[in-house]
Design a protein around this ligand. Structure first.
Ligand code: SF4
Ligand code: SF4
Length: 380
């Protein structure tokens, strides 16, 4: 069976094993099959022996969190994320991987008004205690304060689930950007970036959403993103769609901290004691966008940043991963929670909504960095 991967990229792995300690599923299991090297060996075996895609191969691929911690550790620059997305794409095309209900759930994310309505109904069901706690959902808002555009210097990408569940973080992000003197434009039809669909191997859905997103942000202005997973996906549209327009679009995308870092001195900082905040680097900021350092620059005038000692190991959230593999995701999270506890900080900053919600589910007080900056600006 041919996988939808580049043969040269698959051949680039020299099986050195340097990535193994950076792989969260390998750290939990100690199994080669749950490591990047083992997964690449499985991909090669499928291709070399022209084997059918049997159950074990699907399980090996499906257990990967797609954190891409292996990429930053790899001396041979193996693009593991692409290999995994391509393998999963072949699985979705050739097997029953991603059944119709899952595909329909991913497809529903493109209908933003419906998503907001469904989220509000779910919030009401939560209030009536009709949603079991084992679903792991945060307390959802019934209503959301509308966001107001203030100019056209930059765009703010608002996304799908984050806009439905974490609108106050968007409002705080707007305030911090505006404090630099810039005006912010908002899309008429905010939508999903396609990251979850690409990770699931549903590349047709991901491409469709990418084209739609590109239409929602016309012009040349930078597109700022306050969700690490969405930012990584938007920056990758050139590879996903393979067109000059998509490449140019990706070049306009910045994580909001990348844009703010050189301007942060223009934002009024508070006097007095700063609170101590443990900083969790989302994988898609640290290992994929490699844009985790600007978060420190942005936070430094407002809080005392405490570093974790786990070299950016994944927290187990992984988009939909924590819902699909709760036991593995929890075992991975336990290590992150222990690393946070070692800092002694009572508050955690995370620039990705998925990580924040997953860590909050473990009882931690997790905030977006720009929530903390906005609160500090207010003297709260
Ligand atoms: S992406 Fe993450 S979970 Fe998957 S093989 Fe690489 S390090 Fe392991
Ligand atoms: S993916 Fe990179 S680090 Fe991991 S075994 Fe292959 S060459 Fe070594």
């Amino acid at each position: 069976m041919k996988l939808d991967v580049d043969a040269d990229e698959l051949a680039a792995c020299v099986s050195c094993g340097l990535c193994l300690p950076h792989c969260p599923t390998y750290r939990v299991t100690g199994d080669e099959s749950a490591s990047p090297r083992g997964r690449i060996a499985a991909m090669r075996a499928i291709e070399a022996d022209d084997r059918p895609l049997e159950g074990a191969f699907t399980e090996f691929m499906d257990l990967c969190v797609q954190c891409r911690g292996c990429e930053t550790a790899c001396p041979s620059s193996v693009p593991f994320g692409r290999l995994m997305e391509g393998s999963r794409h072949t699985l979705t095309e050739s097997t029953r991987y991603q059944p119709w209900l899952t595909r329909a759930a991913y497809r529903s994310l493109r209908h933003h008004r419906l998503l907001l309505l469904g989220s509000s109904l779910l919030a009401l069901a939560q209030r009536a205690r009709l949603v079991p706690r084992r679903f792991g959902l945060p307390a959802l808002p019934v209503r959301r304060t509308p966001l107001k555009a203030s100019g056209d210097d930059v765009w703010l990408f608002t996304g799908c689930v984050m806009d439905a569940w974490l609108r106050p973080t968007h409002a705080n992000t707007l305030r911090v950007i505006e404090a630099t003197g810039a005006g912010v434009a908002l899309p008429d039809d905010p939508g999903c970036c396609g990251a979850l669909q690409a990770h699931a191997g549903l590349m047709h859905q991901a491409r469709d959403l990418a084209e739609r997103t590109m239409r929602a942000f016309p012009g040349e202005a930078p597109i700022l993103v306050n969700s690490a997973g969405c930012g990584a996906q938007l920056k990758d549209y050139g590879h996903l769609l393979d067109t000059p327009e998509a490449t140019a679009f990706g070049a306009r995308v910045l994580d909001v901290h990348e844009w703010l870092a050189p301007r942060i001195a223009t934002v009024p900082a508070p006097r007095g004691n700063h609170r101590r905040v443990a900083l969790q680097d989302p994988c898609h900021l640290r290992h994929v966008q490699r844009a985790h350092l600007p978060v420190r620059t942005v936070l430094a005038p407002f809080v005392d940043v405490i570093e974790l000692d786990d070299e950016g190991l994944c927290c187990g959230a992984g988009g939909a991963y924590s819902a699909q593999h709760p036991e593995m995701a929890t075992a991975i999270r336990d290590r992150k929670v222990a690393a946070i506890a070692r800092t002694g900080a009572k508050v955690v900053a995370s620039a990705n909504p998925g990580c924040a919600l997953w860590l909050r589910d473990a009882g931690l007080d997790v905030r977006h960095p720009l929530d903390l900056v906005a609160e500090a600006m207010d003297g709260r």
